[in-house]
Design a protein around this ligand. Structure first.
Ligand code: NAD
Ligand code: UD1
Length: 346
């Protein structure tokens, strides 16, 4: 019997790509999402992309904090493992509305774990973030570096990580993998699913994409006086399809009876500066990106990239796509869907 995997947040950017890879790998998938930051169109398009596997995807529009609804779902469907991706993720918004972030990200996780426990489902993968490292003193960031989150969104991640460790310590039937993503970008090669930020994007790639399609006049570069090769910040960009496959690798690892509660970085292991990213995007799109050089963005750190050794060794996973691939696929998504999921189907 194929395994039944519940994916929370499966309509979102990372979730939709993960659901597709799971379906293609032969899993049956149940998605729970409140569509707070996503659209049902992503689910429909994932079903189409999955072809003959599309019928193995079932969607429930519900909020994770709605415990009776979640209990009903677990009572009606046998779930083998859960991939918990749902969450709010905007750093700026979390500084304005910290309680909304703590409420959604922490109560959501508690409710999910309680319902799983009550139904004897103790196999879990959780989305964490490189944000837990804050701005590390050295790179590459290893999983054993101290946690030092620097904003309310970031602080919700170590709280959930610690909660998972405590739950597993108390009951060793639990098997939990915490995945710390670096900077996910790009889109599925089909140009059919991708990221659809609401309002003004905060992150580099979606902002640059909107400049390239003519929605915004220029990209503001936040700081060119860092001690890096060209003075701009360095990050670890990872193709969202690679990241999605990292979840399939983690799911396979959950069959290891001794896994306990483990944490893995998912990144490319390579650092790329803002200006290098701009050059790669210009090449992929054939568009000139007008730049406005500005001061540093508050709260930004200089250089962050992942050590990927542990994921390579223990998950047998390694990012395959280059920055050029990420830019090509991001541009393909943008061209096919100038208004994201509000665009007609390409
Ligand atoms: P996203 O906003 O596209 O997807 C998150 C999904 O969760 C959305 O579809 C949203 O509607 C849903 N959701 C939120 N709260 C919910 C709730 N209470 N109940 C049900 N559904 C809910 O974001 P994403 O980029 O796909 O990020 C997914 C996860 O990865 C988040 O946990 C985020 O913190 C983490 N992460 C993201 C990045 C990034 O740059 N995108 C980096 C590191 C970690
Ligand atoms: C940001 C979040 C981080 C989150 C991550 C998700 C902050 C301080 N951190 O990280 O918690 O996990 O997104 O991917 O918000 N840049 C520009 N101009 C822009 C946008 C960005 O120059 O318009 C620069 C930034 O200064 C940074 C780089 O591009 O150096 C990448 O920025 P971004 O995509 O926001 O990611 P992070 O800063 O790594």
């Amino acid at each position: 019997m194929p395994e039944n995997i519940l994916v929370t947040g499966g309509a979102g950017f990372i979730g939709s790509h993960t659901v597709l890879e799971l379906l293609l790998a032969g899993y049956h998938v149940v998605v729970v999402d409140n569509l707070n930051n996503s659209s049902g169109a992503s689910i429909r398009r994932v079903k189409e992309l999955a072809g003959e596997h599309g019928d193995n995807l079932h969607f429930h529009e519900l909020d994770l904090r709605d415990k009776p609804a979640l209990q009903k779902l677990f009572t009606g469907t046998k779930i083998d493992s859960v991939i918990h991706i749902a969450g709010l993720k905007s750093v700026g918004e979390s500084m304005e509305k910290p309680l909304m972030y703590y409420n959604n990200n922490i109560i959501g996780a508690i409710t999910l774990l309680e319902v799983m426990d009550a139904h004897g489902c103790k196999s879990l993968i959780v989305s964490s973030s490189a944000t837990v490292y804050g701005w590390p003193k050295e790179v590459p960031c290893r999983e054993d570096f101290p946690v030092d989150a620097i904003n309310p969104y970031g602080r919700t991640k170590p709280v959930v990580e610690e909660m998972c460790r405590d739950v597993q310590r108390a009951d060793q039937e639990w098997k939990i993998i915490l995945l710390r993503y670096f900077n996910p970008v790009g889109a599925h090669q089909s140009g059919y699913i991708g990221e659809h930020p609401r309002g003004t994007p905060n992150n580099l790639m979606p902002y640059m994409q909107q400049v390239a399609v003519g929605k915004r006049p220029a990209l503001t570069v936040f700081g060119d006086d860092y001690s890096t090769g060209d003075g701009t910040c360095v990050r670890d960009y990872v193709h969202v399809v690679d990241l999605a496959r990292g979840h399939v690798a983690a799911l396979r690892k959950l069959s290891d009876p001794d896994i306990g509660c483990e944490v893995y970085n998912l990144g490319s292991g390579k650092g790329t500066s803002v200006l290098e990213m701009v050059a790669a995007f210009e090449k992929a799109s054939g568009k000139k990106i007008p730049l406005v050089m500005a001061g540093r963005r508050a709260g930004d750190g200089e250089i962050v990239y992942a050590s990927t050794e542990k994921a390579e060794r223990e998950l047998n996973w390694k990012a395959e796509y280059s920055v050029e691939d990420m830019c090509r696929d991001q541009w393909n998504w943008a061209m096919n869907n100038p208004d994201g999921y509000e665009s007609p189907d390409p």
